[in-house]
Ligand binder design. Structure first.
Ligand SMILES: [Zn+2]
Ligand SMILES: [Zn+2]
Length: 103
């Protein structure tokens, strides 16, 4: 009877069964694609915080807030400050901007 050296702490030689520890651990990724229905890209609409309507002639203040041209002009004629953040804004601080809409 041949004695086999097995480098396992347990020296259970009675049991001559070889320990087969060849587990094929395949890490199969379940790469199921989330078939989320992609909604058609809607045109971004920005609303004027003054008139609560879609912007017409978008005009930005120097603080970066956007209003309708007529709304912000009316607002600063009453009070020379941004209706959104109250920063001092005069008519010369208004910048007509053009949002990239697809109209
Ligand atoms: Zn407006
Ligand atoms: Zn502002």
């Amino acid at each position: 009877m041949r004695k086999r050296k097995i480098h396992v702490n347990q020296s259970d030689e009675d049991n001559g069964a070889e320990t087969y520890t060849q587990k094929n651990k395949k890490h199969s990724r379940t790469s199921k694609r989330n078939s989320k229905a992609v909604a058609p890209v809607e045109e971004p609409k920005f609303y004027c915080p003054i008139c609560m309507c879609p912007l017409t002639e978008e005009t930005s203040t120097k603080c970066g807030h956007i209003f309708c041209n007529s709304c912000i002009k009316k607002a600063i004629s009453h009070q020379p400050s941004c209706p959104s953040c109250r920063k001092h804004v005069t008519a010369s601080d208004l910048i007509r901007i053009y949002l990239p809409t697809t109209e």
